[in-house]
Design a protein around this ligand. Structure first.
Ligand code: ADP
Length: 405
């Protein structure tokens, strides 16, 4: 029997999400997550997906204490086993792990061995929030199936093609190099998948088109992709730089930090929490769900209007900047929770940009769909697209391609 299944694991600090795919036909067999790991009431949700449709999906939910990631993965393995999809199945070809930070070393998916794991550990200082959880996920999976290829797929990998002019900060080179300070970018798996899908939507190959991808979720980032190659992205050393996000400030004058230290007496940790957790949309208006913000705007809520205006202003600046970086733009693609679902955000982001060849058709923009689609008027110079992202599928494809090489 050929092994064609790939289990994709996405470990967060207190959660573990998974999807099981069969790469023989690209179908998704199961999906789920364990959340609130380490808390008294952890929750495990497992869905067995019906082949080719959602009508026969069955979901099981359990709560109870799940102490750590090892226990979480064992709970997931038990759920999969109950559906005849266990980790010991000969059909399982590999386990793919989303790893947030791969530094400069990891430019492609990599089979994990001890040396690779050590290198991912070496990157913890530049990704303190994410890499430790990813490492625990990999270690646990290796213990459960030591014989199986465990493949790390890095969020930063797609951005390693950025030229130095885009990747370096204009600070003292020795200091930057000593501490590995540069712009790495994140959400790379999504930017890679969506830019390729956008080319396909236009009936072209990735090397023929220049695309601006706007990944607007709770975290948000933009990227400029020239002929399939990333040439700039909005996140930097960490996922804090760039667009206005759900709870993160995005771009800010670094002197704000000195000012808060000197004038407000805030500690570095307090400022870190302020900029990462209490800023962005939530800091501006108290909500980070775009649905709620638009609903409040409809009621004339001024704070929601201001938050939306700041969010859109920043987005427009990046569309303009990346138009200049690319020289010629064939498509702008919206993706992730906000990008895929919020027609008001898409309309506002391109409003007034007809000088750049950008426009959306109100009717097309209003259609709700989970399919990749164009929303620009026929004959537009630049296509505007909505392209649902699928990071798990992209990870599974990369993993399967590597283990079958
Ligand atoms: P992440 O993966 O970064 O946690 P997602 O890509 O799942 O985020 O996006 C989550 C965000 O998407 C929510 O915070 C919300 O603002 C937005 N969102 C989800 N559904 C809708 C919708 N129907 N309309 C507008 N915004 C939505």
């Amino acid at each position: 029997m050929t092994a064609t299944r790939v289990l994709v694991l996405n470990s967060g600090s207190s959660s573990l999400k998974y999807q099981l795919l069969d790469m023989a036909d690209g179908s998704k067999l199961a999906t789920g997550l364990v959340e609130r790991i380490g808390e008294a009431a952890s929750r495990c949700v497992h869905t067995l997906l019906a082949h080719g449709g959602s009508t026969r999906d069955s979901t099981r939910e359990q709560s109870g204490h799940i102490a750590d990631h090892a226990a979480a993965l064992k709970a997931i393995a038990a759920e999969l086993d109950a559906d005849g999809l266990g980790l010991d199945s000969p059909e399982l070809a590999a386990i793919g792990h989303r790893v947030v930070h791969g530094g400069l070393r990891f430019t492609a998916p990599t089979v994990v061995d001890d040396a690779v794991l050590q290198e991912i550990e070496r990157l913890v200082p530049v990704a303190p929030l994410h890499n430790p959880a990813n490492i625990i996920g990999i270690r646990t999976a290796r213990e459960l199936r030591p014989d199986l290829p465990q493949v790390a797929v890095f969020d930063t990998a797609f951005h390693t093609t950025m030229p130095e002019s885009a990747a370096r900060y204009a600070i003292d080179v020795e200091t930057a190099d000593a501490h590995r300070i540069r712009r790495y970018g994140f959400h790379g798996t999504s930017h890679a998948y969506v830019s390729r899908k956008t080319a396909a939507l236009l009936g072209r190959t990735p090397d023929e088109v220049n695309v601006i991808v706007l990944h607007l979720g709770n975290g948000a980032s933009a990227s400029a992709v020239a002929g399939g190659v990333c040439v700039d992205t909005s996140m930097g050393l960490t996922p804090l730089e760039g667009l206005v996000m759900g709870t993160r400030s995005g771009d800010i004058d670094p002197a704000v930090i000195f000012h808060l230290t000197r004038v407000a007496g805030m500690s570095v940790d307090e400022i870190d929490a302020l900029l990462n957790k209490k800023s962005g949309l939530v800091g501006l208006c108290g909500d980070n769900d775009m649905r709620e913000i638009v609903r409040r705007m409809d009621e004339g809520d001024r704070r929601a209007e201001l938050a939306f205006a700041i969010y859109i202003h920043r987005l427009k600046k990046y569309i303009g900047a990346y138009t200049a970086v690319l020289g010629r733009v064939d498509a702008v693609a919206f993706t992730a929770g906000v990008g895929e679902n919020s027609a008001p955000v898409r309309a506002a982001a391109v409003a007034g940009l007809d000088g750049l060849g950008l426009a959306v058709d109100a009717g097309l923009n209003a259609v709700r769909s989970d399919k990749a689609r164009l929303i620009s008027p026929e004959g537009s110079r630049v296509a505007v697209a909505v392209v649902p992202t699928d990071e798990e599928r992209e990870i599974a494809q990369q993993v399967y391609a590597l283990v079958n090489d």
